[in-house]
Structures are given as C-alpha cells and as structure tokens.
Design a protein around this ligand. Structure first.
Ligand code: PLP
Length: 435
C-alpha cells in the first residue's frame, strides 16, 4: 500500500520543498572571500584564504598547525600514511606504509574513515561499538589488544558529532604504545573533558582530521584539514599534498606525492563559514533537543552522549527504536522489506514515510564489518572475536552492537534551516508510523 493512501497518515501534507538531511547554509561572507580570490587572481592552491582558514581553524580547535586539503578523505589518507611511516619507516614508492600490519578501526562509521588503511596496504581490524555514545568500544579495544598485541595504530571516528570515550581509549593506546588517527570529520566544534580540561575533537589524537564536505557543520563545498601540534608532521603533510617537491630548480622527487591541497576558492567559502560555526552548532543542538522532547512519548531514544564528559556538535539527530517496539524488517545487500504492526515501527517504515512526505532521512552507517568489501576482515567485540560467535544452540549468543544500532536506528532530517513547524511535522509523521 502507498503511504499516502495509508489511513494512519490522513490529513498530513507533504513538504512543498524537500526537507533534506543536512545541506550547506551560506551567509554571504563566503561570496566576498571567493570574489576576493578571483579579483586578486589567487585562483590556485595558494592564497590568503588558505592561510586564513588554516590559522583560524588551528586557533578554534586549539592545535598549533592546520594543513588545508582537498577533502577530509585526503586528510585521513595522509594522516594514516604518516602514522604508518612513523611506526614502520618509509615505504617504497609502490608500497603503502602499513603493508603487513593490522590497524584497529572504528566499525560504525563512513568508509572514508578507514579506507586509507587499505590505501596504505594495511589490514583493518574492526572494533565494535558501545551503546553510550555509539563510538569505538574501549572494552572491545582491550580485547583486540589481547588478540593482536602487536598492533600499534588506532583509527577512530566521533559518530554524528558525538565524542567517543577518549579518556579510556587514549589510556589503552598509551599502555600499548599505539598511535591514534582521529577522524573528527563529523564533529568539528564538539568538545571532550580530558583530565579536567575541555579539548576540541580534532585535538584528541596523534594525527587529526576534519572535513568541509557539503553536508558538514560548516562547509567549503568540499575540503578537509590535517591538524597537529607537530611542526614536522604539518610540513610533511603539506609537502606530500603538493606533489612532494624538493627544493631543486626543477621537479625533483624523493617521495611519492599527491595533489591534495585545498584550492583558494574553496578556502574562501570555508573562511566565510568559520564565523558561523558556533551558531550552526546551537541550531543543531536545538533541533536535537526538539526531537528529544517531541519523541519522548514514543518507544524510541535519541542518539546518546556523555553529558558530563562531552558536548557534541549535534551534527545529525538520530533515533533508535526500542527492541520491543521494532516491527519486522529484513535487509538484503541492496533491498529491504518490512511489515507494519500497530504500536510498532521500523527504520525503513519511517524512512519511507518521510520520503513520501518529501523529507530525507537515512539509515545509520552500515558497520564496516558487515560491508561486503571488508567481509574477510577481523571484527572484535567486548567478548573477543566477533566473527563466528553465533550458535544455533545458544540463544542470544554473538554480541554485535554496531549491527544492532544499524538495524534499529536512523538519521532524522537535521538541516539547520528547518523551521520548528517543519520539524513538528516530521515528529508527527514518526508518531503516525507507530499507530
Ligand atoms: C566520518 C567521516 N569520515 C570521513 C569523511 C570524509 O570526508 P570528505 O567527504 O571531506 O572526504 C566523512 C564525510 O564525508 C565522514 O563522515
């Protein structure tokens, strides 16, 4: 049955203009800085906008150096490569710096977080998720070090703008002599209380990355940054990102290079956005809180965060359906089916209802250990090896928190230009799904 013909939704009108998950919010200054670049002919990967955004973001996050790059993925690639070089030495031009080495990786994240491990010939080992912040589980990480004590690198993301359990993860990393690549692509502006001091995400790892992709809390349309307190690391990343030129009068190369530098035009857009970062965070927080209130009478929870130790940037508002309110839902590799049941619902029923009313939601990231490409990679939970744990004869065997969040969770429309009236209608659509 078509959702519009479903009596549960009678009287509700579709949005005239599509309500998106998260779109860029421009303020006007972006145009000025882009025009400036064009007027002064700094239409290249050098220029005042680049210098300014590097200085401003470094100051905001509280690191000494920022290197502006073409994408968050580029930042993650060079951060991961640099970590590999630090740990295992310089690789030959046709080899990655992580060749023959395992790396512990966030499981519930976008694949851009962890693909750079493969670019550098390393083998990602996926670490299960905890329920308190939906990030890397420290207990599973401890287990992973018991199983693979030789591992020296951790790549972790802060999901949907919520900081993970960094105090414990940093302590575990330190105890095992491991380095951390921090993927703060989704969490710029989120803070974490570390040893009694508030620290921004993007300053919590050994190598830190952010993104200015079009859907992020602030954007350049694209772009990213590598953040560090090490001048040597910043200089190395800057060199690699500009084709690894040496100081000869001709193009001389000692190392493999990349064309990963940010353009001065893109930097103009970012420059216009930075003054509005805190305002965007406040808008996103208001959206999250409005959902929390509006959905409080349903058998669902919002994406959780540690209220004592963190302040998220609330990039995306998400919800998870209580187990006993989950209607049947099945997923194949590229398709899905669900059944409607009174008093219950499922992520796909809600996503379809939102789509029918011209609003965009999204499933939670599909965990990396469930992705066909990484099916043969190890997956570690708080109980140990997460592969092959289920057993026909033992009910409830096989912990897999990431899979559970993926099954029961979804991302809600979180655009910071959404009006209260529009959000109320989204909340009403979700209520009707549970009728
Ligand atoms: C967690 C995470 N890591 C990395 C990226 C990659 O950033 P970019 O799109 O700037 O390459 C994104 C978003 O796109 C992301 O959400």
């Amino acid at each position: 049955m078509k959702i519009q013909e479903d009596q549960r939704f009678a009287g509700l009108k579709p949005f005239e203009k599509k309500l998106w998950l998260a779109t860029p919010t421009m303020h006007g200054e972006e145009q000025k800085w882009v025009d400036d670049a064009i007027r002064t002919n700094w239409v290249s990967t050098v220029g005042a906008n680049i210098n300014e955004v590097e200085a401003q973001i470094a100051a905001y996050v509280g690191v000494k150096y920022a290197v502006a790059l073409s994408a968050g993925t580029a930042a993650l690639h060079l951060a991961t490569k640099l970590a590999g070089e630090k740990l295992y030495g310089q690789a030959r031009p046709n080899q990655g710096t992580l060749q023959g080495h395992r790396v512990f990786c966030s499981d519930l994240t976008f694949d851009a977080s962890i693909n750079p491990v493969a670019y550098e010939d390393g083998e990602a080992v996926f670490i299960d998720t905890e329920r308190d912040t939906w990030n890397m589980c420290p207990d599973a990480l401890e287990k992973a070090f018991e199983i693979y004590p030789e591992v020296r690198l951790i790549v972790l993301a802060h999901l949907y703008g919520t900081p993970g359990k960094m105090e414990r993860i940093r302590e575990i990393a330190q105890r095992h002599g491991a380095l951390i690549v921090e993927d703060a692509a989704e969490s710029l502006g989120a803070k974490y209380l570390l040893d009694g001091k508030w620290v921004e995400t993007g300053a919590l790892g050994d190598y830190n990355c952010i993104s200015f992709n079009g859907n992020k809390i602030i954007t350049g349309s694209s772009g990213g940054m590598f953040l560090t307190d090490s001048r040597e690391d910043a200089e190395k990343v800057r060199k690699w990102s500009t084709q690894s030129r040496e100081a000869a009068p001709w193009y001389q190369h000692e190392e493999v290079g990349y064309n990963y530098r940010m353009s001065n035009i893109i930097a103009g857009v970012v420059r216009g956005q930075i003054p509005h970062l805190d305002e965007h965070i406040a808008q996103k927080r208001a959206i999250w809180e409005r959902y929390e209130q509006g959905l409080a009478d349903l058998p669902v929870k919002m994406n959780p965060w540690d209220r004592e130790k963190s302040v998220p940037n609330f990039w995306l508002s998400c919800m998870i359906i209580d187990e006993d309110a989950m209607a049947p839902q099945l997923r194949g590799e590229q398709d899905y089916l669900y059944q409607c049941e009174p008093g219950k619902s499922s992520p796909h029923e809600i996503l379809d209802a939102l789509a029918a009313f011209n609003a965009e939601g999204r499933p939670i990231w599909k965990p990396m250990h469930m992705q066909p490409i990484y099916r043969t990679h190890a997956f570690i939970t708080a109980e140990g090896n997460g592969r092959g744990r289920s057993n026909a004869y033992i009910a409830g065997s096989g912990v897999d928190i990431g899979a559970d969040l993926f099954r029961r969770g979804l991302c809600l429309p979180s655009d910071n230009k959404m009006t209260a009236e529009q959000q109320d209608r989204v909340i009403e659509i979700i209520h009707r799904c549970f009728r």
